[in-house]
Write a protein that binds this ligand. Structure first.
Ligand code: NAD
Length: 488
């Protein structure tokens, strides 16, 4: 497959000739040498996107949608290869990339393909003698920067709404996991998107990413990544006052009330934290247990954790793969030390697996730590198979602990009491709440956070509004010169 930059409808080498080495996190072998974009390449891509914008934004919305639908079909036609590529590059188990990442990517492109001709303006009722039309217009060239945890899915979350709305895009995948984005660029080319509408440029954050952030030709940056980088983007956006959409970190609380269906809560809580090795911004990384059931639930949760099969992501029996990079594995393991230094108790895991077959990989045993809500491990995003456990006695206490972090992305609760479920969901300071389930995501439902988790929303009509600007047009239909004071 192509390993070069996709700019203006062509695959090209980077101007400076740099490469990014891409490694398999399962065994450390090299997968590819991908061209490395720097500022000069970003400038070329912005130029190509600016050139493509007038024709793309004025194309019939239904025709833009048709191209997105074709892309969704092409993803489904190449599903097996894409699943394998994503597993190789990220370490996601193939059973997950097959049933989640690839189908969800296709579904999201299809959703926004259908959405392209459904975003409408409005005609607000105004005073007699005037008609007011409000249009939704695309913004121009959009910069999109994504992290390494769900690289394939993020192509659809970002490109889908931006393109449906009529923007052109400069898209930067994370340096660690650029392969599936380049494969999507190949499919974009094959299905016939006009040159320059989508440009895909792997590159490092401090060079390529920083240029996107400050570029005066970019009208908006949609960013998914860490809160620290997000703060830097706010500063970098000042030059041309570009719009920002920030999907940042999370520290999801997963609250188990004593009256919950505990079997369902057990399975749901494992999925909440261990899916994708815990490398998910919406992971349920803080387990809050009501005192009456805490001991019993925790015993069962630890047993379940110890039964998870770690292994080669390409093996269909594998339930948990490696973390995506050695640096990240070390960071997660360091949190075990931080927990112990603060008096936390490691109930299981906390080390790399003692298995020679996994010796060169970035594996971490799934880890459960008993810790106090104020401890660093309960406050900071670990972004790995690492869950903290604490207990609570009342509904009010559970809400207080859930809200005691700077993040506010997702959170869950398990109870059979509908009124309590609503009260707690309303009390949680997050963009998303799951009741008797966890991590449900659908292209029709808004996705995003509050506080240090950022602002703006992916998905649904909200996403279309993120990528369009309201323009208000007034028409004088009075037949004469309006009075200077329209309310007269
Ligand atoms: P990161 O912020 O280091 O990197 C994310 C992206 O930003 C990468 O493409 C990187 O190259 C780029 N980048 C880095 N420095 C930059 C700079 N100075 N200017 C412009 N771009 C720059 O984050 P990460 O560690 O790779 O990803 C993990 C983080 O992403 C976690 O905090 C996680 O919670 C967050 N995340 C959030 C969501 C969400 O929807 N809220 C989803 C997934 C991941």
């Amino acid at each position: 497959m192509e390993q070069r930059l996709y700019i203006g409808g062509k695959f090209v080498d980077s101007a400076a000739g740099g490469v990014i080495e891409v490694f398999n996190p399962h065994d450390g072998t090299k997968l590819a040498d991908v061209a490395e974009a720097r500022a000069e390449d970003i400038d070329l891509a912005v130029g190509a996107a600016e050139e493509a914008f007038p024709a793309w934004s004025s194309m019939a919305a239904m025709d833009r949608g048709r191209l997105l639908l074709r892309l969704a079909d092409a993803i489904e036609a190449n599903a097996e290869d894409l699943a394998q590529l994503e597993s190789l590059d990220t370490g996601h188990p193939i059973r997950d990339t097959t049933i989640l990442d690839v189908p969800r990517t296709a579904v999201t492109f299809r959703y926004f393909g259908g959405m392209a001709d459904k975003v409408q303006g409005s005609i607000p009722p105004v005073e007699a003698g005037f008609v007011n039309h409000v249009y939704r217009q695309p913004l121009g060239v959009v910069g999109q920067i994504v992290p390494w945890n769900f690289p394939l899915m993020f192509t659809s979350w970002k490109l889908g709404p931006a393109l449906a709305a009529g923007n052109t895009v400069v898209f930067k995948p994370a340096e660690l996991t650029p392969l599936s984005s380049l494969r999507i660029a190949e499919l974009i080319d094959e299905v016939g998107f006009p040159p320059g509408v989508v440009n895909v440029l792997p590159g490092y954050g401090h060079t390529a990413g920083a240029r996107i952030a400050e570029h005066p030709g970019i009208a908006k940056v949609s960013f998914t990544g860490s809160t620290a980088t997000g703060r830097g983007l706010v500063e970098a956006s000042a030059g041309n006052l570009k719009r920002l959409h920030l999907e940042l970190g999370g520290k999801g609380a997963n609250i188990i009330f004593a009256d919950a269906d505990l079997d369902a809560a057990l399975a749901g809580s494992a999925f909440a934290i261990y899916h994708n090795q815990g490398q998910a911004c919406i992971a349920g990384s803080r387990l809050l247990l009501q005192q009456e059931i805490a001991d019993e639930f925790l015993d069962r949760f630890v047993s379940l954790t110890e039964s998870i099969r770690l292994g080669d992501p390409l093996d269909r029996a594998t339930e948990m793969g490696p973390l995506t990079s050695p640096g990240h594995r070390d960071r997660v393991l360091n949190y075990v030390k931080i927990a112990e230094d603060e008096g936390g108790e490691v109930l299981t895991g906390g080390t790399a697996p003692d298995d020679p077959a996994l010796g060169n990989g970035c594996y971490v045993e799934p880890t459960v730590v008993r810790a106090a809500p104020g401890d660093r491990v309960c406050q900071e995003e670990v972004f790995g198979p690492f869950v903290t456990v604490s207990t609570f006695s009342s509904e009010e206490e559970a809400i207080g602990v859930a809200n005691s972090v700077e993040y506010g992305l997702g959170g869950g609760l398990w109870t059979r009491d509908l009124s309590k479920a609503y009260r707690v969901a309303n009390g949680m300071r997050t963009g998303m709440v799951w009741i008797n389930c966890y991590k449900k995501v659908n292209p029709g439902s808004p996705f995003g956070g509050v506080g240090a988790s950022g602002y703006g929303r992916e998905m649904g009509f909200e996403a279309m509004h993120e990528y369009t600007e309201a323009k208000s047009v007034w028409i004088n239909v009075s037949g004469g010169q309006p009075a200077w004071y329209s309310g007269a």
